[in-house]
Design a protein around this ligand. Structure first.
Ligand SMILES: [Zn+2]
Length: 340
């Protein structure tokens, strides 16, 4: 099969890889219907994370089950399925508490590389969720978004306690931030402030339910959020970048007693203890337990209630993955979908 391999920063190639097979009785093998490039794939691409070379790439996927191991009973050959970026058993105590991304038996899908024609999915019964019927092309896009960026934005909104009567601010206008807007809206937030400087992303944020846009950053950004909230700060802040600047932006934009849901993969973030102590702000985040939300997200997508697939603004054949990485790196694209 063909699959994406990163050899070094800015050196992404599509190559022949061995076809995956059932290795454990709990495995499934799927034919990938669509995969995509993640903002977090840009960290090794830009040389900010080490490349375990040669490294298979990708951790987002939807597809059709082609084979199952002897112990798999919840999915069948031919099912259209969605999984997330950690395989999880969905039965351990941590999973049952809703934290499947920290499952005691978790397997990172990024190590297997979903930007490929086929994929082995470990712990298939716990990991994969079956989509009823045959999704349309547009539903497939949205289901692929559910695999990571929507599920992650959703967790951020839940961690930030977005809900009725709340003002939610979103730091970061990448796919996760934009879908955090979708989540905040679905959860009933009264006001949603998207922080973005890009006209096209502002427009999408508004379409997804943002009521206000703040272009300022840093101290000016915090001041603007306070202005919009009677000097208090937002009740709920979604942090979807992962830098020192974005994390402090999030904490300082939150009112005392408010909540920050942080899901941007943290890079060299150091929180000042004194300021944190004085802030009275709740912090919760990390790798999102997307698996917990998948059944609900699939239902919302198949009912046409939400259209998270709108974040994909470039669709390329898998063979052109290198161009997809360039486009995201150069911010010519927000989110790139790869089709086999
Ligand atoms: Zn588990």
């Amino acid at each position: 099969m063909r699959g994406v391999i990163m050899h070094a920063p800015r050196d992404v190639r599509v190559e022949d890889r061995d076809d995956p097979t059932i290795e454990q009785p709990t495995d499934a093998v799927i034919r990938v219907s669509a995969a995509c490039i993640c903002g977090s794939d840009l960290w090794p691409y830009r040389g900010d994370d080490p490349v375990r070379r040669p490294q298979p790439m990708g951790h987002e996927y939807v597809g059709v089950v082609e084979a199952i191991g002897d112990d798999v009973s919840e999915v069948s050959v031919g099912d259209f399925v969605v999984g997330s970026f950690f395989a999880s058993d969905n039965t351990c105590e941590i999973c049952r508490d809703g934290y499947q991304s920290h499952c005691v038996n978790r397997v990172p899908m990024g190590a297997l590389g979903t930007q490929a024609e086929r994929l082995r999915v470990p712990l298939a019964d716990g990991t994969l969720v079956v989509v009823p019927g045959s999704p349309t092309e547009s539903q497939i896009r949205s289901l692929l978004a559910a695999s990571d960026v929507l599920g992650t934005g959703w967790f951020a909104a839940v961690a930030a306690h977005a809900g009725p009567g709340k003002t939610v601010a979103v730091v970061g206008d990448g796919a996760v931030g934009l879908l955090g807007v979708v989540a905040a809206r679905q959860l009933g937030a009264e006001r949603i402030i998207a922080m973005s400087r890009h006209a096209d992303r502002q427009q999408l944020a508004r379409r997804f339910g943002a009521t206000d846009i703040v272009e300022e950053r840093g101290a000016d950004g915090v001041a603007r959020i306070k202005e919009l909230t009677d000097g208090l700060g937002a009740h709920s802040v979604i942090e979807a970048v992962g830098t020192q600047e974005s994390m402090m932006q999030a904490i300082r934009s939150t009112r005392p007693g408010g909540h920050v849901g942080y899901v941007g993969v943290s890079h060299d973030v150091e929180l000042p203890g004194g300021e944190l102590f004085g802030s009275g702000v709740h912090l919760h985040g990390g790798p999102a337990p997307v698996r917990q939300y998948l059944p609900e997200l699939i239902e919302l997508i198949m009912a046409g209630t939400i259209d998270p697939g709108a974040v994909f603004d470039l669709v390329l054949p898998l063979e052109d993955a290198a161009e997809g990485y360039r486009a995201m790196d150069e911010r010519r694209a927000t989110k790139v979908l790869l089709t086999p």
